[in-house]
Design a protein around this ligand. Structure first.
Ligand SMILES: C[S@@+](CC[C@H](N)C(=O)[O-])C[C@H]1O[C@@H](n2cnc3c(N)ncnc32)[C@H](O)[C@@H]1O
Length: 696
């Protein structure tokens, strides 16, 4: 088929750009019907009000993307529309979308960054605009540089009486005690089954406040049992998008709050809402369900629907009633630790800060004390740079650690010489503390090695040597190794089975190691589960039309770039995306690390799905078997917490410390009950290929 699009990606270095297009949230934001409808409504109200006052409405759309908001402005009766888009492939796409909708003569599309626009007769903009419509926000609101873009536009591109859509944004903060969230941030003491401490966390690691990278999360999916709310949601910042002098980079706000419960405030849950129009008639909220303005209404509606169609409708989980979106979530910010808990009813001060791109928070328990400013967090210990949040969660997972440590106690002795083929493996250090003879740790990354060294020093871990590369293992030393251990974990792994890199490292060292060496884990199994996602499928689904505009040229752009860049299986933290199982778990492939790892493997089989039309995704994960057997006591799973044996109306409960793999069906609804699958593992490329044949 002839491509509609010149290969603009290749002009710009190719893969990254393709990936950016394929994985950008463009499709997801266009599927966000609530967002679209509220922009549409605000444009109609605003342009209608300007016309009612006897004036013309000249609209500037900064960052037009697909051209959607500009087309809405024309439909709402704008007298002129200028759209600009800085990202060239997207601007080219907007041109096609606008033409497909017959508006090419009414929308002036400028393929430039807004800060490069010129104003005046014969220039990019004939005149300054009096309506500004933009959607330049991310989960952190200002993380994509909205402040500078607005300030420039207000000074150079807009009239003094302009109306901005949205009119203003409000940032909310809710102080919580949430040990689960803290377990993704702060390493915990590691103890054995008897409670003896094996590794204490060095003070500089405890004191580190982590990175400034936003911790975005679908808060509505966080179990309510995992946190206590210390305060109600508090509006901490307002951004009035038409007031240039208020849109400054560095602001600080203090809010006196009263603790609703006793406890340690550990984190802030953050979200924002947009007041779309000047009069405040249209509100777009990103609140989690418990703070969402529409939650009660939506619950009542569901109740009524269920009463009328009891047989046909499934009750949605509470967290999935509010409009779903993935391009804006909520975020978690960690608070500097308090020495004493807050008492119920105690007043304290919440400190909120933002700079040009980020937010952060502090807390002063004694409101009489003059607060000293809290700096934006940055990782000083290295762990938050070397390891992801889910990895820190894995390291803190007591059930997982117990399985490893119990196994260590069974198989290691004072004669054990252990080679650890993972990166940042505190369990390797724990083995040294348990009294093995020597531990050799493969640790090629300098930051990760430094992190590990701080633990060695702080805990006086004996008999440890780091190997900066696999070939740093001398043949004489290799000949003494009795056990090889891997969690396995490598920071470069995105999908859980990318950690099969362990097998590759092992294969390359095999000739140096004694034949009798014990390998832990000895095998791994890949599993699949056909599911119906409630929402996740939308990130990949074609748009077709959106608010009655034809957006199919954008579908073609995304599809074209996905074909190049997207793996048919991508990594997602599936606990954030509820899904119903449509069959029991299917075993795809067994991979043996003791024997035959170097051979390419091919497996085929069939998934049998109940209610095939509901199928929109296939989840895939890997289990690691410490001794090669499948006993749960010696298996570390990245999949469901409870085995899934059959189709069910209960959403799958996933391990929250892993990202699983997911294949999202491009064609929906699926009609096939029996879906042939093929899995190929290529140990040379360290790659697993999946094919699910649901085409009729
Ligand atoms: C979140 S998307 C919104 C797309 C579209 N307006 C919509 O609502 O569907 C933001 C778009 O703005 C573009 N952008 C961001 N800052 C810009 C600027 N200063 N000038 C022009 N385009 C910009 C980005 O490339 C991106 O395509």
């Amino acid at each position: 088929m002839e491509s509609d699009f010149p290969d603009s990606a290749s002009d710009d270095g190719g893969f990254d750009l393709r990936q950016e297009i394929a994985r950008s949230a463009f499709a997801d934001m266009c599927h966000d019907w609530e967002r679209n409808q509220k922009y549409d409504r605000a444009l109609q109200l605003t342009i209608g009000r300007i016309h009612a006052a006897g004036r013309e409405a000249h609209v500037l759309d900064i960052g037009t993307g697909s051209g959607l908001l500009s087309m809405m402005a024309i439909r709402a009766g704008a007298d002129s529309v200028v759209a600009c888009e800085a990202f060239r492939p997207m601007a080219d796409c907007a041109e096609k979308v606008i033409a497909a909708n017959g508006m090419q003569d009414r929308i002036r599309l400028i393929k430039k960054r807004s800060t490069k626009l010129t104003v005046g007769p014969g220039r990019d903009m004939e005149r300054r605009a009096n309506v500004l419509v933009t959607e330049l926000f991310d989960t952190e609101l200002i993380g994509e540089g909205a402040l500078a873009t607005y300030r420039h536009a207000l000074e150079h591109l807009l009239t003094d009486d302009l109306v901005a859509i949205p009119h203003k944004a409000t940032v909310y903060a809710q102080v919580v005690e949430c040990p689960l969230a803290l377990s993704w941030q702060l390493l915990k003491t590691l103890s054995n089954a008897d409670g003896d401490i094996l590794l204490r966390v060095p003070p500089e690691v405890i004191a580190c406040r982590g990175t400034s990278a936003v911790f975005d999360i679908q808060l509505s999916q966080l179990p309510t049992s995992s946190f206590n709310v210390v305060t109600e949601p508090i509006p901490v910042f307002t951004f009035n998008w038409s007031k240039r002098h208020e849109l400054i980079n560095n602001r600080f706000a203090k809010n006196v709050c009263q603790a609703r419960t006793s406890g340690f405030p550990q984190a802030v849950f953050m979200w924002w809402d947009l007041t779309m129009d000047l009069e405040g008639d249209v509100l777009l909220s990103c609140a989690p369900y418990w703070a969402h303005p529409d939650q009660k209404k939506l619950m009542d509606q569901q109740q009524q629907q269920l009463q009328h169609q009891q047989q046909t409708k499934r009750r949605l989980p509470e967290g999935n009633l509010i409009p779903w979106r993935d391009h804006w979530m909520q975020a978690i910010y960690f608070l500097p630790p308090l020495k004493l808990p807050l008492q119920r009813g105690q007043e304290f001060v919440l400190q909120s800060y933002h700079d040009e791109y980020s937010l952060w928070f502090g807390l002063e328990a004694d409101q009489q004390v003059e607060t000293s400013p809290v700096d934006a967090p940055h990782c000083s210990c290295g762990w938050h740079i070397a390891q992801s949040r889910s990895r820190i969660g894995q390291m803190n997972d007591s059930l997982r650690n117990k399985r490893y440590l119990n196994f260590f106690e069974r198989v290691f002795s004072s004669d054990t010489v252990l080679l650890v083929l993972s990166e940042g493996s505190l369990l390797g250090l724990a083995a040294a503390r348990m009294g093995v003879k020597k531990v050799l740790l493969y640790e090629p990354n300098a930051v990760s090695r430094r992190c590990m060294e701080t633990f060695v020093e702080h805990n006086s871990v004996p008999n440890v040597r780091f190997l900066p590369a696999a070939d740093a293992l001398e043949p004489e030393e290799a000949a003494t190794v009795t056990h090889v251990f891997a969690e396995p974990h490598f920071p470069s792994a995105i999908l859980p089975w990318d950690n099969l890199h362990y097998g590759d490292l092992l294969k390359n060292l095999r000739t140096l190691l004694p034949r009798t060496v014990t390998v832990i884990p000895a095998s791994a199994t890949l599993y699949a589960l056909p599911v119906e996602f409630l929402d996740l499928q939308k990130i990949n689904a074609p748009l077709g039309s959106c608010e009655r505009f034809d957006l199919s040229p954008m579908d073609r752009l995304i599809e074209q770039h996905s074909a190049y860049a997207d793996s048919p299986v991508e990594a997602q933290p599936l606990w954030e995306y509820p899904a119903y199982p449509l069959a029991g778990t299917i075993r795809l492939m067994e991979i043996d690390f003791v024997d035959g790892f170097e051979q390419t493997k091919l497996e085929r089989g069939e998934l049998v799905v109940v209610e095939p039309e509901r199928l929109n995704g296939i989840a895939v994960w890997i289990d690691w078997h410490l001794d090669g057997g499948h006993s749960p006591k010696t298996t570390i799973s990245s999949g469901p917490l409870v085995p899934v044996e059959e189709a069910s109306d209960e959403p799958v409960r996933w391990n929250m410390n892993w990202r699983q793999g997911v294949h999202l069906l491009r064609k929906h609804p699926n009609r096939k009950t029996i879906i042939p699958w093929t899995v190929k593992f290529n140990p040379t490329m360290n790659n697993v290929y999946f094919q699910f044949d649901y085409d009729e």
